[in-house]
Design a protein around this ligand. Structure first.
Ligand code: PRP
Length: 179
């Protein structure tokens, strides 16, 4: 599996340090409040699990599943809701947790759908921000790393459902997805 990675973009240590730092900032920003983390399946499972360990205010976790990629390497431009939340988010402080914001399509969709449910607040936290690919008007409130337009996998991110288990963010060898 690691032979399919052409370069490690962000090491496990760098990720863990950043996640800790983000958890501290979020804890300060939400002081005195309870935060409802929304883990956007499946990519953000690892990030959500690590991030919540560093949040010191009370946390509730829920999951939502959407898909905008199918099995392609580029966004299809269509978001599908695959699994809705279990919690009622009315009057709750919602923090959407994403692994990556790319075109911004998923984020724009999620903000719109969740805003209609009248939360007390809604913010977005992403580990990776592929800013140069943004085409939709959607930006995260917190991000860990701005990354270049490369096909990245690991730490929750997949190619064809594989590589999510890698503890680092790596650039996938183009041979893998061009074959
Ligand atoms: C990825 C990622 C974001 C979205 C970002 O999810 O987790 O949700 O794409 O892309 P965008 O900004 O262009 O919308 P994906 O649909 O690949 O599903 P997954 O999390 O299950 O891998």
């Amino acid at each position: 599996m690691e032979k399919d990675i052409s370069k490690i973009l962000i090491t496990e240590k760098e990720i863990q340090e950043k996640v800790k730092e983000m958890g501290k900032i979020i804890s300060l920003d939400y002081k005195g409040k309870e935060v409802l983390l929304i883990c956007v399946l499946r990519g953000s499972i690892m990030f959500t699990a690590d991030l919540m360990r560093h949040i010191t205010v009370p946390v509730i976790v829920d999951t939502i599943a959407v898909s905008s990629y199918g099995d392609q390497t580029k966004s299809s431009g269509v978001v599908r809701l695959l699994k809705d939340l279990d919690e009622d988010i009315t009057n709750k402080h919602v923090l959407i947790v994403e692994d990556i914001v790319d075109s911004g399509l998923t984020l724009k969709y999620l903000r719109k759908v969740l805003q209609q449910r009248r939360p007390a607040s809604i913010k977005v936290c992403t580990l990776l921000n592929k800013q140069e690919r943004r085409v939709h008007d959607a930006s995260p409130d917190y991000y860990g790393f701005i990354i270049p337009d490369e096909f990245v996998v690991g730490y929750g991110l997949d190619y064809d459902e594989h590589y999510r288990q890698l503890p680092f963010i790596g650039i996938l060898d183009s041979k893998i997805y061009k074959d």
